[in-house]
Design a protein. Structure first.
Length: 171
């Protein structure tokens, strides 16, 4: 598969969504690197049950639940590749729906802003049976909302960390 030269994201498959964040790339990465925050920004994740030590090192997992109570499904998301603090590739599992490949990049844009880009598509399971154009119509709004949530968390951490006496406090 070819990649876009500016973002490094696969040109196909899956929709690519980008969002400018009013926080430096380090603030965005701090949210991505906090596995316990996963359910706060990933649309559909209901809660985090556990985070492997070393997250987001390659091969580590966030053990999450998704869906609505009482029909919560227990599964996990695994890090396929990481280039901190700029790039994270995940396999997000959500059986019985299947698995998705998720590529997230964080690019600095000046001293106090960044651009986050996400590309996602189903890679196995029944989700692959949905025709790609329809599947992509469902994924794009979900990822737009995920980036909005991620941005709010990163911007909040950035504001908090700039306040006197708060630098380095857990988020």
């Amino acid at each position: 598969m070819s990649k876009d030269a500016t973002t490094g994201h696969r040109k196909d498959p899956g929709p690519t969504i980008s969002r400018r964040v009013s926080a430096p790339a380090e603030a965005v990465w701090s949210v991505l690197a906090d596995g316990w925050s996963y359910a706060n920004w990933v649309v559909g994740a209901a809660r985090v049950r556990d985070v492997d030590p070393g997250w987001p090192a390659q091969g580590t997992r966030v053990h999450h639940s998704f869906g609505l109570w009482p029909a919560l499904i227990q599964d996990f998301t695994r890090v396929e590749r990481v280039h901190a603090p700029a790039e994270l590739e995940l396999i997000a599992r959500g059986w019985p729906a299947g698995e998705a490949h998720v590529h997230i990049s964080v690019r600095p844009e000046g001293p106090a802003a960044s651009v986050v880009t996400i590309t996602e598509d189903a890679v196995s399971g029944p989700g692959r049976l949905i025709p790609a154009p329809l599947r992509h119509l469902l994924i794009a709004p979900r990822n737009r909302e995920a980036l909005n949530r991620l941005a709010l968390l990163a911007e909040g951490r950035h504001r908090r960390d700039r306040e006197p006496g708060n630098a380095g406090q857990p988020g």
